[in-house]
Design a binder for this molecule. Structure first.
Ligand SMILES: [Zn+2]
Length: 591
């Protein structure tokens, strides 16, 4: 049930929540001046431009302009609504939110997301029922047991069965009076081509509900019982399901991941279930996609930034491909990964079934880092003849060059040099060549480039002062400084700040959360994040400077009018006079 959250509770949450705390769970932040810097979770980058201000409780990415306060961060990161973000924070900080039933108006506002989650839950019940009760479910249950899945795992993971037939689920939802549009949004049904009505996406399949870390069902996977194709089918992207940000099993794995600071990553549903069943609960599966930076960032929230990631693959070639792909991903996430390649003919599921947990854990203990693994594979493939070494170097130079961390890279260069008995400098030279070719597309470092735009420098300083030293706001208001502004964008930002003067929160943070305009957000963030130190004297000096500059502008304008009159240019005179009038009006606060 959706709840209404009273204003004072929102304030409690604002006071309790720390944006650096919350963001650190998903982004590694490093102190930089008075702010924190990290790699943006909302776009792909190699040079950090994601900035978090602890003092102002805001974040801003100078690369993609994402920004806001702690609520906006959660809303964007988790794809949730404001009340959901508020509830999430309240839970985290132990703030009690009274449950009130919704008014009809609020009911209408219940987000699509919540409706889809409710539909997913109903569907899970339907699939469970079909697996446990129907006669047709019997075959499915037998199949699961035959694959070594215990009844406990079936229950823990709420496995289900989508029965044979085209519209069992569609009919179930229409009996439940769920609106067609919403059911369609859940991706569980597909509109029939050329006629009305819907048919079920999942038919005759074992169903794996996919949970998010708050235990909500966000999507489904389905596997056939025979050899028909496609073997696996997943929910499409929906308002609640984004596969590059979802990991199967994370809801069951997170505690153990935290404890062990290690996570095993496998590719399939059954592999994941096998690991859990064998007591290796700190494991997750990617769902029909390769590992993404978002995945890693989620995991890092549980294993910590120095935690261990172990990728489990069923063959050298799959491992090599994944290792090569993962380097860039890992490098972005500052996490090193190890790779296990299982003996030929085995996947994690069959390996554990045949050999059990201990040999698997031994493999994990001996598993090598991604680069060492690639070196091994290259040596195995090419041999250590002179020819072979040349091939090895050319295989490994690209992954080595992809490593951003200088220390890590030089360690691996050394390892490769020793392994194939080649001079370290020669290896380094190869890597440099690759880096030089790449360097043209290296992201430009975070810069407050907006500040380099023209615009009025003093007006920007005034806004910076207002954002960073809110004590001065009454002074700005009383003197009507904003009326003297020529830059309308800055002026409107200033007016918004003044409006927030008496609000309970930090003006900059409130502002970032409500300003939609990208350019304005960029200006605000650039100004807030600057390493300025303000005190009252400094502020008053700036105000005086600003006022006298306006006065100088007046004099300049008068001179221009006189010149135009001398030149006998009545059109220009008229234009300048209008400008003068406007200035006078502004100064008299008529505008
Ligand atoms: Zn960004």
């Amino acid at each position: 049930m959706a709840v209404y959250i009273p204003e004072e509770k929102i304030n409690d949450i604002k006071n309790a929540a720390d944006i650096v705390d919350i963001i650190s769970e998903v982004v590694v932040l490093k102190k930089s001046g008075k702010n924190f810097l990290g790699l943006c979770p909302f776009h792909s980058e190699k040079t950090p431009s994601f900035t978090v201000s602890s003092g102002k409780q805001i974040f801003y990415c100078f690369g993609c302009s994402a920004g806001g306060n702690v609520f906006s961060f959660l809303m964007k990161q988790e794809g949730i609504s404001f009340p959901e973000a508020a509830r999430m924070l309240a839970r985290r900080y132990g703030i009690d939110i009274p449950v009130q039933t919704m008014s009809p108006e609020e009911k209408r506002r219940v987000s699509e997301r919540e409706s889809v989650l409710a539909i997913n839950k109903q569907a899970t019940d339907f699939f469970r029922c079909a697996l446990l009760e129907n006669t047709s479910g019997k075959t499915a249950m037998e199949y699961l047991l035959k694959r070594g899945i215990s009844r406990k795992i079936v229950d823990d993971f709420k496995l289900g069965y989508a029965p044979e037939g085209w519209d069992n689920l569609a009919i179930y939802f229409s009996k439940k009076k769920q609106p067609d549009g919403l059911v369609e949004k859940s991706g569980l049904v597909i509109p029939r081509k050329g006629k009305s009505g819907f048919y079920d996406r999942f038919r005759s399949r074992i169903i794996f509900p996919i949970f998010d870390i708050s235990m909500q069902i966000i999507g489904f996977g389905g596997r056939v019982l025979d050899d028909s194709l496609p073997k696996y089918l997943n929910s499409p992207e929906t308002p609640v399901y984004n596969k590059s940000r979802s990991l199967y099993g994370l809801h069951m794995a997170k505690g153990k991941c935290r404890e062990s600071k290690t996570v095993f990553i496998v590719e399939g549903y059954f592999d994941l279930l096998a690991l859990h069943q064998h007591g290796i609960q700190n494991s997750v599966a990617t769902l029909g996609t390769s590992l993404t930076p978002e995945h890693l960032q989620m995991l890092r929230g549980f294993i910590g930034k120095d935690g261990r990631v172990v990728l489990v693959y069923d063959s050298d070639s799959a491992g090599i491909k994944a290792a090569q792909r993962s380097i860039e991903v890992f490098d972005k996430g500052y996490v090193d990964a190890a790779i296990i390649v299982l003996p030929a003919g085995h996947d994690p599921d069959s390996y554990l079934l045949e050999f059990g947990t201990e040999p698997f854990m031994n493999l994990a203990a001996e598993s090598k880092g991604v680069i060492s693994f690639l070196i091994d594979c290259a040596v195995k493939k090419h041999g250590l003849s002179t020819e072979g070494k040349i091939h090895i170097l050319s295989d490994i130079k690209v992954p080595l060059a992809a490593i951003n961390d200088n220390v890590a890279r030089s360690l691996y260069v050394k390892e490769l040099a020793e392994r194939i008995d080649v001079d370290e400098k020669a290896v380094l030279e190869k890597v440099r060549q690759v880096s030089a070719e790449k360097s043209s597309d290296i992201a430009k470092p975070a810069a407050d480039y907006v500040l380099q735009n023209n615009g009025n420098r003093l007006e920007r300083r005034i806004i910076a002062m207002m954002l960073q030293f809110p004590e001065v706001l009454s002074e700005v208001d009383n003197r009507g400084l904003l009326n003297l502004f020529e830059d309308n964008t800055l002026k409107s930002i200033g007016q918004s700040i003044l409006k927030l003067k008496d609000s309970s929160g930090e003006p900059a943070s409130e502002l970032m959360a409500i300003v939609d305009d990208k350019d304005k957000r960029n200006i605000i963030a650039s100004l807030v994040m600057k390493d300025d130190l303000w005190d009252r004297d400094g502020c008053l000096k700036l105000i005086a400077q600003f006022e006298s500059s306006k006065y100088r502008n007046d004099k300049k304008l008068l001179q221009e009018i006189r010149d135009a009159e001398d030149r006998n240019d009545p059109e220009l005179v008229l234009r300048l006079l209008k400008k003068k009038q406007l200035q006078v009006k502004k100064q008299n606060k008529i505008l």
